[in-house]
Design a protein around this ligand. Sequence first.
Ligand SMILES: Nc1ncnc2c1ncn2[C@@H]1O[C@H](COP(=O)(O)OP(=O)(O)O)[C@@H](O)[C@H]1O
Ligand SMILES: [Mg+2]
Length: 302
Amino acid sequence: MLNEATPSSTAPGRPFLQVEGLAKSYPGTTEPVFDEVNFSIARGEFVCIIGHSGCGKTTILNVLAGLETASAGHVFMDGREVAGPSLERGVVFQGHALMPWLSVRKNIAFAVRSKWPDWDSEEVNEHVQKYVALVGLSGAIDKKPSALSGGMKQRVGIARAFAIEPKMLLLDEPFGALDALTRGTIQDELLAIVRETQQTVFMITHDVDEAVLLADKILLMSNGPQARVAEIVRNTMPRDRQRATVHHDPQYYPLRNHLVDFLVARSKDLSHGKAPAHPPTVEPGRGALADAPASVTLKAVA
Ligand SMILES: Nc1ncnc2c1ncn2[C@@H]1O[C@H](COP(=O)(O)OP(=O)(O)O)[C@@H](O)[C@H]1O
Ligand SMILES: [Mg+2]
């Protein structure tokens, strides 16, 4: 059943995260970068946003993080309006943003101490070690970032974001700079941790395969100026998707093709505010689920 894969909202009638009429414009420009951005995220939901470079994804993530202000609109999280940075939200940036003079342990301890200033050093250290182990970096815990590979640095960023046990995790193309193999491994690790912790996630990606694997819901953003979330694509494949097998699901290609078609054609036509302010939700994989006889479910791929 579709709805069993969908986490429930915080309180009746109110989603965990609600974005209403968000817009961003800069002085001296005639059209806003984006406007009328409306969407919501349920508690425990993993949401990806996809759109061409420059449409405003990072700006939206920064507004959700409370690091940037919008020109119009509101963001509510867990019943309260987001009005500045908070340790309730963990951010993993495009670059890893680690302090280069501190070891992995100290980089994460810094964040942990900010969240729990009353903890003694033993408590902090124990907590840090737990999250470093979770991303498989125990052996490198006393190394400085300069001694780590790109993949390892990104893992430290993920461990740091999880270590503050945020209500929501915000990820800005966290794997964009990694080679495909490393990216795959870290995607698997992230999925495992998210499932274990029931973390709510908002993630920017430009990789449609990554979105189809990770996300319960994919927000398709039209091109700017006046970009909008034009459509919400529900991933109807079961939540226990695995990287090694997900492409065998008959829903995989209809879903993937839908995302690619949006990016290559429709996203352009919907710029300049032509996308609806309140985007429809679509389920491109669902047809394949109903129609495909079991005998033709992509045996050729095996
Ligand atoms: N100071 C500025 N003045 C005018 N436009 C800006 C300014 N800063 C950013 N922008 C525009 O905001 C847009 C959105 O940027 P960003 O959120 O980084 O997009 P994305 O993450 O989708 O690539 C870009 O098109 C950029 O040109
Ligand atoms: Mg960006």
